[in-house]
Design a protein around this ligand. Structure first.
Ligand code: SUD
Ligand code: ADP
Length: 295
């Protein structure tokens, strides 16, 4: 129950989109070294924190079904990581409004974890640049550090090495998910790399992405997502999502995000992405489809 007179703190947990993703190799500990240009969408979950009451989590929202509010939830895992990093910190009661599909390659759980860390940091006067906070984020999950600030940047290592924040041109996108959850572990496993194996050289000094949307579309067309092929072997529905997105009027590029199954298409303007999302929703009423700005 909310403490009388105490207003909850609130934040958005925006969907992460991997505009491209290269797998460089597999570390001896089994994790994969990546390079990815990451952007964030206007759609996301919502998280609030009622301070100064015992730690707890309640979940509501259109995608809440099947997501347990137990100790394994990434919100409560993040809260534990925060308390370990800042012993004696004030905690509170979280309420998550779940809108993003679960296990879908847009990091909803990672964004929720990062949102929990942001709220606890705000409550306890900890700046987002605090290295103990960043270390706590990396302990919760590979994608959590980039979600902490939720700003476009290059991500490397297993996700813990972040480039400077990038001012990307706004990318008008349609996100589409066919309703098939895809596990990250299985997709990395299906790549079939042995521990310690290298498969691609790191891009030397990563150059800043172009400032114009058309130039960025063209640059992205020269890259890809190395997890798309293994993900499609696990969930062949992804092939159909990519085909449908590529065939939409005005679609400039169609690609899978993260380990799937969510895919995105890019458009020149807001009217084109909105019309495309509407048309796709008519064709595939069972899919999760959103027009959104990536930046
Ligand atoms: C693939 C990516 C790309 O952004 O996104 P999603 O598809 O999850 O959204 C991420 O690397 C996912 O990060 P995240 O989902 O936080 O991964 P974690 O929970 O830390 O790890 C889950 C499992 O994925 C594998 N894993 C994860 C990250 C990585 N760089 N190499 C890996 O091999 C490991 O088997 C690990 O046990
Ligand atoms: N708050 C949460 N939101 C989503 N998934 C969560 C959450 N807490 C724990 N999980 C678990 O984490 C896994 C990854 O979820 P998610 O971040 O949605 O995947 P992805 O990064 O592929 O989009 C799921 O299998 C889910 O059971």
């Amino acid at each position: 129950m909310a403490a009388a007179g105490v207003l909850p703190l609130r934040t958005r947990a925006r969907a992460k989109v991997n505009l491209d993703l290269r797998v460089l190799g597999r570390r001896p500990d089994g994790y994969h070294e990546l390079e990815s240009l990451v952007a964030f969408a206007g759609v996301g979950d919502e998280l609030s924190l009622t301070p100064h009451v015992p730690s707890s989590l309640a979940i509501a929202g259109p995608r809440a079904a099947g997501l347990a509010a137990d100790d394994g939830n990434l919100v409560l895992r993040a809260a534990r990581a925060f308390r370990e990093a800042f012993p004696g910190a004030s905690m509170g009661a979280f309420r998550l409004v779940k809108r993003l599909p679960v296990a879908s390659g847009i990091g909803g759980g990672s964004a929720d974890a990062a949102a929990a860390l942001r709220l606890l940091a705000r409550l306890n006067g900890v700046p987002l640049s605090d290295r103990r906070l960043r270390a706590a984020a990396a302990r919760v999950g590979a994608d959590v550090p980039v979600c902490l600030e939720s700003r476009a940047r290059l991500m490397a290592g297993i996700g813990e090495r972040l480039g400077p924040v990038l001012r990307l041109p706004g990318l008008f996108a349609v996100l589409a998910n066919p309703g098939v959850p895809v596990g990250t572990v299985g997709v990395f496993g299906a790549l079939g790399l042995a521990a310690g194996e290298t498969c691609a050289p790191a891009r030397c000094a990563a150059s800043a992405p172009p400032a114009g949307a058309a130039e960025l579309h063209a640059a992205l067309a020269r890259s890809g997502n190395d997890l798309a092929a293994p993900a499609q072997r696990i969930a062949p529905e992804i092939g159909e999502v990519l085909e449908r997105l590529a065939a939409l009027p005005g679609s400039r590029l169609a690609r899978m995000s993260g380990s799937g199954a969510t895919c995105f298409a890019l458009f020149d303007d807001c009217a084109a992405s909105a019309a495309a999302a509407k048309a796709l929703a008519r064709e595939r009423p069972g899919w999760w489809i959103r027009a959104t700005l990536l930046r």
